[in-house]
Design a protein around this ligand. Structure first.
Ligand code: FAD
Length: 443
């Protein structure tokens, strides 16, 4: 069977390696960093991700037993918990039928994937930074920056080396690749809400907590140790202006009063002074392959801002789509890679754009009465029309059988109906005459 070099031992690279190895390919992984499982590399902060249907579907496709092991360590979140200025809490369920997205520790997931990769006999070469890929030769020729500068020949390369992908850069020399990237004016800072003295959660653990404040917001996701990983998202100018203890405390006390007690003053100040402030990048490209020699997947092919919780889920789905194509095309690599580029592109465009759109929803629309009325109508139509009407969030997060692009096309049609009903509801409410208005008057 063909030999493959997977570049990047992140979440997506590891899953791709497992899936390809299961199909009989001779897989080797090359990773720029050191082994994250070594104790001196351990990150003491837990950073978590929401894994949802597309990610779970891909994990199960690759290995149902491994998927079950991972899913036993997640915390289901059935909705958003909105923290208002006045301290009031409002739960907004994600799905009418109670489906949840799931909070998981990112390092735990990466380490488990690495353990699984090694248990299958796949070799992982840490501290191997890819420096070039030559595609002029019959087989791709890879060079790495290490003490011995090894040169490696393989049948094909899977680039899963993240947003600043070297594989993508090298691919651009050989294919006419459309490429665009945009930094959004938003930085993020990781904070933490510890467990109480008995190790219990200080907030409801089955919600994704949001403090939406229009141009900035705070969110928190639960960890299995009783803590929450919290993230502050704000425009760069604002976050950089919070450069003194008094300014930071004053700002948090005014904007997120309940959070200061939860995070703790010292821990809040420590995070502002010592944690890195992350940039958020949105990146699209097309094509994704060069003949049967290279394919890029995961963040290397489509970085998205994190507001739909789909970056990793979509990267896992890339692996699923690739494995299905290999199956369908009896492992004919060129056919499979070409078809991947042809059929996957519109879905990747759709989710990258949806992710930016969801920033607006999370940071301010969730507070708007009009938005909430629309959500209720959406839920009612879902209830009465069953599978004939599905909210966008449901299609994206809970229905891996619906492609991202199909979800967007469907919701465009549904929007027209929703807007029409919304006008009727608002007019009814204004004149106070129709029964239907009573359904929504509470809001
Ligand atoms: P990466 O995780 O970036 O891995 C790439 C790997 O390649 C790295 O290990 C890197 O060291 C290695 N590498 C890079 N260059 C080289 C080289 N030259 N040679 C060799 N190796 C190299 N997604 C979700 O699905 N749900 C969420 O809730 C969610 N929340 C998020 C919150 C935040 C704040 C952020 C920033 C992202 C979030 N994401 C979420 C997105 C998710 O983290 C990414 O989509 C996912 O980690 C991408 O995985 P990857 O394997 O493609 O890339």
């Amino acid at each position: 069977m063909s030999s493959v070099a997977v570049i990047g031992a992140g979440l997506v690279g590891c899953l791709a390696a497992l899936g390809l190895s299961n199909r009989g390919y001779d897989v080797t992984i090359y990773e720029l960093r050191d082994d994250p499982r070594k104790s001196h590399n351990k990150n003491l902060r837990s950073i978590n991700l929401a894994v949802s249907d597309r990610g779970i579907n891909a994990l199960r496709y690759v290995d149902p037993t491994f998927a079950a092991k991972i899913l036993s360590k997640v915390i289901p979140m059935s909705g958003r918990m909105i923290h208002k200025y006045n301290g009031e809490l409002e739960s907004q369920q994600y799905d009418l039928h109670g489906k949840s997205i799931n909070s998981i520790d990112r390092s735990f997931l990466n380490e488990e994937l690495l353990n699984e990769v090694e248990s299958k006999g796949i070799s992982v070469n840490f501290n191997h930074k890819l420096s070039s890929v030559n595609l002029d030769s019959a087989k791709p020729l890879l060079r790495f920056e290490t003490l011995t500068s090894p040169v490696v020949n393989v049948d094909f390369v899977i680039g899963a080396d993240g947003s600043f992908s070297k594989v993508r850069q090298e691919l651009q020399k050989f294919v006419r690749m459309d490429y665009s990237q945009e930094y959004i004016d938003c930085a993020y800072l990781e904070l933490s809400i510890p467990a109480d003295e008995e190790g219990k959660f200080l907030l409801d653990k089955n919600h994704l907590h949001i403090w939406p404040r229009s141009s900035f917001m705070l969110i928190a996701l639960p960890n299995i140790d009783g803590s929450f990983t919290s993230t502050f998202f704000a425009p760069w100018e604002l976050i950089e202006s919070l450069n003194e203890d008094s300014k930071i405390l004053e700002f948090f006390q005014k904007e997120f009063p309940d959070s200061v007690k939860l995070i703790g003053k010292e821990s809040l100040l420590h995070a502002f002074h010592h944690h890195p402030k992350g940039k958020l990048l949105s990146l699209k490209c097309n094509k994704y392959n060069y003949e049967d020699k290279v394919l890029i997947i995961g963040d290397a092919a489509h970085s998205m801002v994190p507001f739909y919780g789909q970056g990793m889920n979509c990267g896992f789905e890339d692996v699923f789509v690739l494995l299905e194509l290999l199956e369908k095309n009896s492992d004919h690599l060129k056919k499979s890679f070409d078809e991947y580029t042809r059929t996957r592109h519109e879905d990747l465009l759709a989710i990258v754009d949806l992710a930016i759109g969801n920033y607006k929803e999370m940071s301010h629309k969730v507070n708007s009465k009009i938005f909430l009325i629309k959500k209720k109508i959406d839920f009612l139509l879902t209830y009465f029309l069953k599978d004939k009407w599905l909210p966008l969030y449901t299609m994206v997060s809970f229905r891996s059988d619906i492609k991202y692009s199909k979800a967007v096309a469907t919701v465009k049609k549904q929007e027209k109906v929703l807007n029409f009903i919304q006008v009727i509801v608002l007019l009814s409410a204004a004149f106070g005459s129709f029964k239907i208005a009573k359904l929504f008057r509470k809001n």
